[in-house]
Write a protein that binds this ligand. Structure first.
Ligand code: CDM
Ligand code: ATP
Length: 363
């Protein structure tokens, strides 16, 4: 393979929100048995990959639109460690490439550019999504160079590699059961999986088709939490709730606007470790109440994953896409109010549900 011109493989890894998370048990391997429901949302990183003849992984990371602009929104200095993202072997993108090199017997190298928008330590699964997207991009690149890779890098094999990378990573491969697992084109197309219930440590997935997109307001206060630490402070529930109720609420939202649907067993320990998270949820809840004009009977607010990001469900009454467009301006103004009301800086965005495994572009 010559070093130029090289084909570029690009995609835009999405973040996720946990709509529901119950802890069913503590395992001997240090993980917890979960019942969780996740949706992918269009708060996205940007990932671009090229194969190189020279072995080795070169990874460049930058914040989008820029580190100083993100720092300014967060109310921190540009050199704040909150915005440090590793470029060495501890970046999940790096680890994903090492795994795929071994799996495919590939001895060449990779040039990777990662544009970050998804904050780290937010519970939004940014690193996991980057890792899954890397597996898909690298598999597509290897398959285009060498048909033999198709036999090795099947959908099932990618799921195995994803599980080695982290509990959240398989979700971002999307609904691999719904596509032909040995066809590389299916990797490129992405697949429709948007909402999934996850059991086990988060890797036993069932995807569901959402009848229409949902929108959320997401707030990331300038706080990074360690997932392991939050789990250490969590308790196992004796009478667990079921994630199926949350799944049904999102599949048939008209029936459920007045019941408590969103739930996260990690919210209490995360707020204990960092009280401003509780304040952010409270702020969302209070500001959500008066919006009866949007058909919102109750404010549905929660923290995602192990925190610190929090969100409000903006479409619990199952608005049509047309209605969603009309109310979008109202929501933008309302989120600007949240930005003003929150103590300290924060990233605040409205987002919509999207496929967990996005399309791959080749140029
Ligand atoms: C909080 C969630 O984001 C919810 O989707 C996930 O459970 C966390 O997934 P993740 O970040 O991919 O987590 P991993 O990298 O697999 O694990 C990080 C640490 O979180 C804890 N962990 C994670 C998942 C799980 N089911 N039980 C756990 O106790 C473990 O201490 C583990 O060492
Ligand atoms: N590609 C990556 N992007 C961002 N952080 C990364 C990446 N790879 C490794 N990391 C490291 O992983 C840590 C947490 O990453 P991540 O953003 O996934 O946390 P999170 O949002 O809490 O995710 P989760 O919901 O899976 O717990 C960061 O502190 C960072 O040092």
């Amino acid at each position: 393979m010559s070093d130029s011109p090289r084909t570029q493989y690009r995609t835009s890894p999405p973040a996720k929100l946990n709509l529901f998370l119950e802890i069913l048990g503590r395992r001997d391997d240090g993980f917890h048995e979960l019942d969780t429901v996740m949706v992918a949302i269009d708060w996205r990183d940007e990932l671009q990959l090229e194969m190189t003849a020279t072995p080795g992984i070169s990874l460049a990371v930058q914040w989008l639109p820029s580190r100083s602009e993100v720092a300014s929104d967060l109310g921190v200095e540009p050199d704040d460690p909150l915005l440090d993202v590793p470029t060495d072997g501890s970046n999940l993108v790096h680890r994903a490439l090492e795994l795929i090199n071994d799996a495919a017997g590939y001895s060449g190298g990779w040039l990777v550019r990662l544009g970050k928008r998804i904050p780290s330590g937010a519970g939004m699964g940014g690193a996991s999504s980057d890792a899954a997207a890397t597996l898909r991009l690298a598999a597509a690149a290897l398959a285009s160079e060498d048909d033999g890779c198709l036999a090795t890098l099947t959908g099932d094999r990618l799921v195995e590699l994803a599980e080695q990378l982290g509990s959240d990573v398989p979700f971002f491969l999307g609904d691999v059961q719904s596509v032909e697992p040995t066809v590389a084109n299916d990797l490129l197309r992405g697949n429709p999986g948007t909402l999934a219930r996850a059991l086990g440590r988060g890797e036993r997935l069932t995807f569901y088709d959402l009848p229409h997109p949902h929108r959320f307001g997401v707030v990331y206060p300038a706080i990074a939490l360690s997932t392991a630490q939050v789990y250490r402070h969590a308790s196992v529930t004796e009478q667990p709730r079921s994630g199926l109720d949350a799944v049904n609420a999102f599949l048939r939202p008209h029936d459920n606007t007045d019941t408590e649907i969103l739930y996260n067993a990690l919210t209490r320990p995360a707020c204990g470790l960092s009280p401003p998270i509780g304040e952010a949820i409270q702020c969302l809840r209070e500001l959500g109440q008066p919006n009866a004009s949007l058909g919102r009977h109750r404010s549905h607010c929660q923290m995602t994953g192990s925190g610190s990001a929090c969100f409000i469900w903006l479409t619990p009454d199952g608005e049509s896409i047309q209605e969603q467009r009309q109310s979008n301006d109202v929501n933008e103004a309302w989120l600007a109010t949240i930005r003003e009301r929150l103590p300290g800086g924060a990233l605040v965005q409205t987002v919509a549900t999207c496929p967990a495994a996005p399309e791959i572009h080749i140029a």
